[in-house]
Design a protein around this ligand. Structure first.
Ligand code: CTP
Ligand code: CA
Length: 226
């Protein structure tokens, strides 16, 4: 039998990663979106794959190649991402919510292209989207759930609050106000926050940050595979 050349702590485990932005339709040609490149989430999917996991990547609209050896579920909207993620999460041992999910979606997207002259749009009524991370954290069963907190101010304060409010096991705090890290870049610097403490991971390529996040999640996984 062939044997892996490096340790595979996630062999036999199922991992789900959400990544990228979501697009919320205003009309057939316009949408609300955000600046997520998807790079961090794709790096997380690769890191989990390299440690032996069967990985499902629920991926919003991004300009990235699908990683080899990962089952990609392409989605567009927050509602679709919620549906695909919750379905996959039910049988997963680890769920990492790295997507920049839209917080709001147009309440009544138009079924025709809105015309500038005819419709004088000066506001877009919106409703809140479902919080996927909180919903996954509330699922019955044993799994480790990881969320991100991308903040521009009071990073650790907001991130600690998210650990509690979302009900997840680990929050990756990500300062998106610092140039050269975070949105769109190839590097990141994060603080890993659990109920037991906090650990800073200094600026490094997103692949290295991803490995640190997945390693920390592995440390939280004690029970046998689902
Ligand atoms: N998240 C999610 N579903 C949403 C909104 C957020 O799964 N509808 C997840 C993100 O993937 C991330 C975490 O929740 O892992 C935190 O996202 P963030 O936008 O920082 O937090 P919010 O709760 O949306 O609060 P705010 O945007 O006001 O900071
Ligand atoms: Ca948000």
């Amino acid at each position: 039998a062939r044997r892996a050349a490096w340790p595979q702590p996630l062999a036999g485990r199922r991992v789900v990663v959400t990544a990228g932005p979501t697009h919320e339709a205003v009309d057939p040609v316009r949408y609300l979106a955000n600046a997520s490149s998807g790079k961090m989430g794709v790096a997380l999917a690769r890191a989990a794959r390299d440690l032996g996991a069967a990985v499902t990547l629920v991926l919003g609209p991004v300009a990235l190649d699908a990683p080899f050896g990962v089952a990609v579920e392409p989605v567009t909207s927050a509602a679709e991402m919620a549906e695909r993620t919750l379905a996959a999460a039910a049988g997963a041992d680890l769920v990492v919510c790295a997507a920049a999910v839209a917080d709001y979606t147009p309440a009544a997207p138009a079924d025709h292209k809105l015309k500038k002259a005819a419709e004088h749009l000066d506001a877009i009524p919106v409703v809140e989207t479902r919080d996927i991370l909180a919903a996954v954290s509330a699922l019955p069963g044993e799994r480790v759930v990881v969320g991100f907190a991308a903040e521009t101010d009071d990073l650790l304060g907001h991130a600690r609050a998210k650990l509690a409010s979302k009900g997840c096991d680990l929050v990756v705090a990500n300062d998106v106000s610092r140039p050269g890290i975070g949105f769109g870049s190839d590097e990141n610097a994060v603080t890993l926050i659990t109920a037991d403490g906090e650990r800073a991971v200094p600026t490094a390529p997103k692949d290295d940050i991803a490995r640190a996040v997945i390693d920390a999640a592995c440390d939280l996984m004690t029970s046998a595979p689902n």
